[in-house]
Design a protein around this ligand. Structure first.
Ligand SMILES: C[S@@+](CC[C@H](N)C(=O)[O-])C[C@H]1O[C@@H](n2cnc3c(N)ncnc32)[C@H](O)[C@@H]1O
Length: 374
């Protein structure tokens, strides 16, 4: 049996995140805020009209997406027929909004776009590519499903993922880590593990069987630093538009006056550098197709801004970031226009590009996700 077949078999046994319909209806999934995905991945664009949930499992993200975008066309696919059957069952019970199309399909199938459609404005792929032996192939296939101004949200394991240390540790107790066999024994050991670990992904021992079967005792793991995910993405024509930890990490660095060392790295390199200092357990990455030749400045909409006579105060509730900037009158005027219009041509940046301090400010704002060049 190939490793892909082995992985599929595991999801057929343990549909993810489970097949408890009541729990799924309550479930909120773990996608980042739509405003963040949209602001970073598709700045200045109208809300997505066509959404693809790639590797949807039993559907929790697709249902969340519909609650955010009740009028959008949502297609959700997975290679596990059993997971799709559970999702369809749940869909029958949900009597709200536009119906979601649930389809069986393989993300590594080069014919996928023909089967599920093209021109999606937003694709989400959360907790999937870490468990695919050929994630680069899936990224290539996803590109064929995407609209030109579309964006892909990718949720994937990082080099700081608990399983990097956890799996060898379980193995040292004689536990088979390629598939979930003795669940009781695994849980006992995880309880011990949890007493000394307090990571961002929560307690391992209390996770459902479906999580243990794929996220701890699965057949294949890509626990990669951001640099490696970015390399795989760039090889298939994607650019990193931002990551969820970039703005908060850069804000801490800038607050301490240490961002100068990073200047003028672009968004992808910046995120990569910060991940090297503090490796994420799980990456939330926004990708879009490689940059257009002529850049347009966009307002991401993630921040609210309050203007004073010579300053502006910025606040992003979703990121917990607040800061103030001293600005010249022409900068204030230009910024007001951008906030109102959502996007502007290159000339918008003129009040900043006259000197190095101004250029650094724009660069920092791009890293913090205030503005995006696209
Ligand atoms: C950990 S689950 C995540 C499910 C869902 N995204 C969530 O977070 O609730 C991974 C899912 O990816 C699916 N999957 C894995 N490899 C796939 C492939 N090559 N094509 C399509 N789906 C795949 C599995 O069947 C499983 O449902």
């Amino acid at each position: 049996m190939s490793s892909a077949e082995h992985i599929k078999e595991s999801y057929e046994r343990f549909p993810y995140p489970g097949n408890d319909l009541a729990a799924l209806i309550e479930g909120k999934g773990s996608l980042p805020a739509l405003s963040w995905m949209q602001g970073i991945g598709r700045p200045g664009c109208v809300k997505p009209q066509r959404v693809l949930v790639a590797g949807c499992g039993t559907g929790v993200e697709a249902f969340l997406m519909r609650s955010w975008l009740p009028h959008a066309e949502i297609v959700a696919m997975d290679f596990s027929p059993r997971s799709i059957a559970v999702a369809r069952q749940l869909e029958k019970k949900a009597k709200v909004g536009r119906p979601i199309t649930f389809l069986v399909g393989d993300l590594t199938d080069v014919q996928l776009a023909r089967k599920i459609g093209r021109q999606f404005d937003l694709i989400t792929c959360h907790g999937v590519l870490s468990y695919i032996p050929e994630p680069g192939r899936a990224l290539k296939v996803l590109a064929t499903c995407m609209a030109a101004d579309g964006a892909l949200y990718l949720g994937v394991n990082g080099a700081g993922h608990p399983t990097v240390a956890l799996r060898p540790w379980l193995k040292s107790f004689g536990v088979v880590v390629d598939e979930l066999r003795d669940e009781r024994r695994v849980r006992e050991l995880l309880q011990l593990w949890d007493t000394l670990h307090d990571d961002e992904l929560g307690e391992q021992s209390t996770m459902p069987s479906s999580y243990l079967a794929s996220d701890v005792c699965g057949g294949h793991f890509n626990n990669w630093p951001l640099a490696r995910w970015r390399r795989a993405a760039r090889r298939t024509g994607w650019e990193v538009a931002g990551t969820a930890v970039l703005a908060p990490a850069l804000h801490i660095v800038a607050d301490d006056g240490k961002e100068k060392t990073l200047y003028p790295a672009g968004i992808g390199e910046l995120a990569e550098r910060l991940d090297q200092i503090r490796p994420a357990g799980f990456h939330r990455i926004m990708l879009r197709r490689a940059k257009a030749a002529v850049a347009i400045w966009c307002w991401t909409g993630i921040y609210t801004v309050k203007f004073g006579a010579t300053s502006a105060r910025f606040y992003a509730a979703s990121q917990g970031i607040r800061f103030e900037a001293e600005l010249t009158p022409p900068q204030i005027e230009a910024l007001k226009i951008l906030v109102k219009a959502k996007f502007a041509s290159e000339s918008w940046a003129k009040p900043w590009t006259r000197n190095d301090a101004g250029r650094r400010t724009l660069w920092l704002w791009a890293g913090l996700g205030v503005v995006a060049e696209w």
